[in-house]
Design a protein around this ligand. Structure first.
Ligand SMILES: Cc1ncc(COP(=O)(O)O)c(C=O)c1O
Length: 377
């Protein structure tokens, strides 16, 4: 008996408590969480400073509409982008952030064409879903939003799709859901150049790659590009629902009063949490430690060899182990779960690992040893 739509393939156990990367289910079984709730709980479960910020704000005021000043929104935006020259808009999810990005790009340029990439994932609302380059996700929802076009990722011929009718090009720098596929730096540079030449806005979807996941606050900082627009969600709230869209200051006029909005976006509870998350990540030494953990992860992953592995790839603490088949992936994930390690699928046959950025070296080694053991021939 269920009162819910069956739109998720759920496990038959529930995670009921957690601390860092250690979580426990309703049967009392312990697991190491290498999912971070799909790249959300980047600072680990039950994070002290974040929890304190939420509790403090909960005692003051939870919500007022966006009809009033909101100093917390200003503070979060400043903490995130400093003097990089962006304006922020807060919402509640990744899909909403991308929706805002598409709307801003169309309104600011007066053009309608949107170019995105095969295998991408940008969310489930109509605009974000249409931008998502996966037929399986579109199935049953036709007609989609008009004037969306899909290029091949990392393929220079897709640059030809970007022309003077293009409002924006939207992409992930690592296609997360699509299979942990990394964008090639030269291709990204060429795409950025093509955008400059044609007047198309470059939109980087940092919903999964942002908030420290790849070893820097935003992945684009490692690609030497300056997006016109970028989007955040997932890790921004460490589990509290929040999304954000940032656009270059010059685009500000297109989003004047009445142009776009949301009731809950930038809610005080969400902002108090996002501020604590951002300040935690910007504390001196935070990313040095993340990079050290990332080097350990890479080294340990390199040491795993198995006939079941096709490729291992990733950046920061976002890694994918491409296995030989969907069946091997399914068996591997089940065996890991039985042993007490929670992992994710990406694409058809990629074992995706997104541990919290705060994972200890011991926990990392324990988890990766389990994977090594299971994949041993
Ligand atoms: C890159 C990317 N963009 C957008 C989304 C959609 O975010 P949400 O599920 O919060 O709407 C996701 C979710 O997995 C994502 O990975």
């Amino acid at each position: 008996m269920t009162y819910l739509f069956q739109n998720y393939a759920r496990k038959d156990f529930e995670i009921v408590s957690g601390q860092g990367v250690q979580v426990q289910d309703n049967f009392g079984k312990n697991y190491l969480d290498f999912t971070s709730g799909i790249g959300v709980v980047n600072l680990g479960h039950h994070h002290k400073a974040v929890e304190q910020a939420l509790q403090d704000q909960a005692r003051q005021i939870w919500h007022m509409p966006n009809l009033y000043e909101n100093h917390l929104q200003e503070q979060v935006a400043q903490a995130l982008v400093g003097d990089l020259g962006y304006l922020g808009f807060f919402c509640n999810s990744g899909a909403e952030a991308n929706e805002a990005a598409i709307k801003l790009a169309r309104k600011a340029t007066g053009k309608s064409k949107v170019v995105s990439f095969i295998n991408s994932f940008h969310g489930r609302t109509y605009g974000a879903m249409t931008a998502t380059g996966q037929a399986a996700i579109h199935a049953g929802f036709i007609p989609l939003v008009p004037d969306f076009h899909y290029g091949d990722y990392n393929d220079f011929t897709s640059l030809e799709l970007v022309d003077d009718k293009t409002a924006c090009v939207m992409l992930e720098l690592i296609q997360g859901e699509g299979g942990v596929l990394l964008a090639d730096n030269t291709w990204v540079q060429a795409l950025a150049q093509r955008c400059l030449e044609t007047g198309a806005l470059l939109v980087i979807d940092e919903v999964q790659t942002g908030m420290g996941r790849t070893g820097s606050l935003f992945a684009f900082q490692q690609f030497a590009i300056e997006p016109d627009i970028f989007t955040l969600a997932k890790g921004l709230g460490n589990g509290f629902p929040v999304g954000a869209m940032f656009g270059k200051k010059e685009l500000g006029a297109a989003f004047g009063p009445g142009s776009h909005g949301t009731t809950f976006g930038g809610n005080k509870l969400a902002m108090a949490v996002a501020l604590a998350v951002t300040e935690t990540m910007e504390a001196p030494g935070f990313f040095e430690e993340v990079q050290e953990t990332s080097r350990l992860m890479e080294k340990k992953l390199d040491a795993i060899s198995s006939g079941k592995i096709q490729e291992i790839r990733g950046l920061g603490l976002m890694w994918g182990i491409e296995l030989t088949s969907a069946e091997v992936l399914h068996e591997t994930m089940k065996a890991l779960e039985d042993q007490g390690l929670l992992t994710l699928r990406a694409g058809e046959r990629v074992l995706r690992l997104l541990p919290a950025l705060t994972i200890t070296q011991e926990e990392m080694i324990t988890g990766l040893e389990m994977i090594k053991g299971i994949l041993a021939d």
